[in-house]
Ligand binder design. Structure first.
Ligand code: SF4
Ligand code: SF4
Length: 99
């Protein structure tokens, strides 16, 4: 178990890791970076051609795919960069303010 996983609400401040330190590798799945988002993509399934261009450019692997087709967006990790919306040529992705 990684050092950061031992932190509980009862931990003393000296037990906390120094801010910004990466304590171990392979931890990206532990941090739901979607919390940082101020904009978000909106997927219109009826317009989607499943070309997967959006999947190819998403830096956070947030385009969800099943059986070779797009099935949605993983908002736990989508950071709202908008790259996918710029890439979609079929009007299947809008880019809106996070409400
Ligand atoms: S780029 Fe647009 S049309 Fe292609 S899979 Fe993504 S949402 Fe669908
Ligand atoms: S907005 Fe950015 S992070 Fe979110 S799905 Fe699109 S490309 Fe990925």
């Amino acid at each position: 178990m990684s050092k950061r996983m031992n932190i509980t609400p009862d931990s003393k401040w000296k037990e906390y890791p120094i801010g910004g330190e990466v304590l171990d590798a392979g931890n990206a799945a532990d941090f739901k970076t979607g919390d940082w988002r101020s904009m978000k993509p909106v997927w219109h399934e009826d317009k989607c051609k499943h070309c997967m261009f959006c999947w190819a450019v998403c830096p956070d692997m947030s385009i969800k795919v099943e059986n070779g087709k797009m099935v949605g967006i993983d908002f736990d990790f989508c950071k709202g960069c908008g790259v996918c919306t710029a890439q979609c040529k079929f009007g299947a992705l809008d880019f809106v303010l996070e409400e």
